[in-house]
Ligand binder design. Structure first.
Ligand code: FE2
Length: 296
């Protein structure tokens, strides 16, 4: 038997039934999941009682893993999880919630802005798979916005304006938006901007989408204030209520999203409560734009 997918919203977000991630992933189910992702861009799997090894095996059954190395403010000895996982929890290596003013926590609050995972990398992420180990008593939802619907709803002038547009993305740009400027010289070097195209074309469906992210802080050839105002307008357009699905987490949920076709953001929750979420990530196929150093 293969999986069944129940649509949660019009053409966006599906709930998957008939799959237990403790079992090996069949080729048939992997193909059905990819087809579901092409259609819905967000898939929800409830009640997955898996450990890290099983999440990793399931992820690898769908493609090549992206490693999380040097993408946070955790020092090497502060890692709680291996680099096959992105640790998007609020926990230190002893599983204790960060103090409210800990800069690793404050950096993580950047995830409350609309973004696409790893858009700050030359080769940005394809899918993210987030598994809930523990959830706070209130809040902590994740919201998703459909960047295909957002593109379709643009007026023709704006579609022409964004065609061929290239943006600069950096984790420093997203953190600056929330007043976090506290970067060391080493971090400034590590987080230097990369270039991404603004309009992405899905390799299977051919649908266009807006490749927006809070990490985008510049448009190549544009003055910075004008670029940031334009990007802010586009994000406002793209995150209107009709394009957004809210996921309310339960322990055991695994949610998979396509970073090429969606943005997402975490919602606030009490600072002292643990929120243990473990993300595996599938690598993208390649760069979306020529980089500044290559173009020179
Ligand atoms: Fe994220």
């Amino acid at each position: 038997m293969t999986i069944a997918i129940r649509e949660l919203g019009p053409g966006f977000a599906g709930e998957v039934h008939g799959l237990d991630m403790r079992d090996p992933l069949s080729g048939e189910d992997a193909a059905a999941i990819h087809a579901g992702m092409d259609k819905y861009a967000v898939l929800i799997f409830r009640d997955q009682k898996i450990d890290d090894a099983q999440q990793l095996a399931f992820t690898r059954g769908l493609g090549e893993i992206e490693h999380a190395i040097g993408t946070s403010l955790r020092a090497a000895h502060e890692y709680r999880l291996p680099t096959t996982f992105a640790d998007v929890s609020n926990l230190d290596q002893n599983n204790t919630p960060f103090a409210r003013d800990d800069r690793r926590r404050l950096f993580g609050i950047g995830n409350r802005l609309w973004h696409s995972d790893s858009s700050f990398k030359v080769v940005p992420a394809k899918y993210s798979l987030l598994h809930a180990i523990s959830v706070p008593s209130t809040g902590g939802n994740t919201q998703f916005a459909d960047m295909r619907a957002a593109y379709d709803a643009l007026d023709e002038d704006t579609k022409a304006q964004v065609e061929g547009m290239v943006c600069e993305h950096s984790q420093m740009f997203s953190r600056q938006q929330i007043g976090f400027f506290d970067f060391t010289d080493e971090e400034r070097q590590r987080f230097r901007p990369v270039r991404q195209c603004m309009v992405r074309v899905h390799p299977v469906t051919g649908r266009k989408s807006l490749y927006l992210s809070s990490h985008a802080g510049g448009i190549v050839g544009w003055p910075t204030p004008e670029a940031r105002a334009f990007l802010r307008d586009l994000v406002e357009h793209a995150t209107q209520r009709e394009f957004v699905h809210t996921h309310r987490w339960r322990v055991g949920d695994l949610v998979m999203w396509d970073n090429r076709q969606t943005m997402h953001r975490a919602r606030p929750f009490p600072a002292h409560e643990p929120r243990d979420m473990r993300r595996t990530t599938l690598a993208g196929d390649g760069p979306t734009a020529t980089q500044a150093t290559q173009a020179a």
